[in-house]
Design a protein around this ligand. Structure first.
Ligand code: AR6
Length: 164
């Protein structure tokens, strides 16, 4: 069972082995947390590393170095874009967490930080996403310390509620 705690802050400052990025399938950078991570890691170096990965299907995860970040690795996952819930969004979001955690284990990480995948630009209902994230992380069978780094209070409240 992975250990999970909910915090409020900026994930680019997290002192963990790996941070997860809420990326897109092209791994071409973007706004939100993706933009913040690219800027903090060093845009040119991270863009070049991402280009070599050749994209990332929704629900999968791929890893690059963390470059200028304190974190050694960045695990990039592409969350589902919310439509109405009938396009396997829940399953795809769960896969994002599972595949990111698998990448963390494969790279020998002990500590991992996640942002709230898909609940920004991708429009996923926050409470629904929080429930899936918390359940999937807690049920993941590895001795990992996981932090959910919420960028605003509304997000933090949703994840704290999902922890109960
Ligand atoms: N630290 C932690 N969380 C953050 C930070 C930060 N520095 N900045 C924003 N967030 P979003 P998505 C929160 O939109 O919905 C990009 O353009 C934010 O408040 O970043 O998965 C990609 O390239 C929200 O709670 O990701 C994709 O095209 C959460 O991170 C697309 O957006 C996720 O919001 C992905 O959309």
């Amino acid at each position: 069972m992975a250990d999970l705690k909910i915090t409020l802050g900026d994930i680019t400052k997290s002192k963990v082995d790996a941070i997860v990025n809420a990326a897109n399938t092209g791994l071409v950078g973007g706004g939100g947390v993706d933009g913040a991570i690219h800027r903090a890691a060093g845009k040119a170096k991270l863009d070049a590393a991402c280009r070599k990965l050749g994209g990332c299907p929704t629900g999968e995860a791929k890893t690059t170095p963390g470059f200028n970040l304190s974190a050694q690795y960045i695990i990039h996952t592409a969350g589902p874009i919310w439509r109405d819930g009938s396009f396997e969004e829940d399953k795809l979001l769960k896969n994002c967490y599972i595949n990111s955690l698998k990448q963390a284990v494969a790279h020998d990480c002990k500590t991992v930080a996640f942002p709230s995948i898909s609940t920004g630009v991708y429009g996923y209902p926050l409470d629904r996403a929080a429930k899936i994230a918390v359940k999937t992380i807690k049920n993941f069978d590895a001795p990992l310390k996981v932090e959910m780094v919420c960028f605003d209070q509304k997000t933090e409240e949703a994840y704290l509620k999902a922890m109960k």
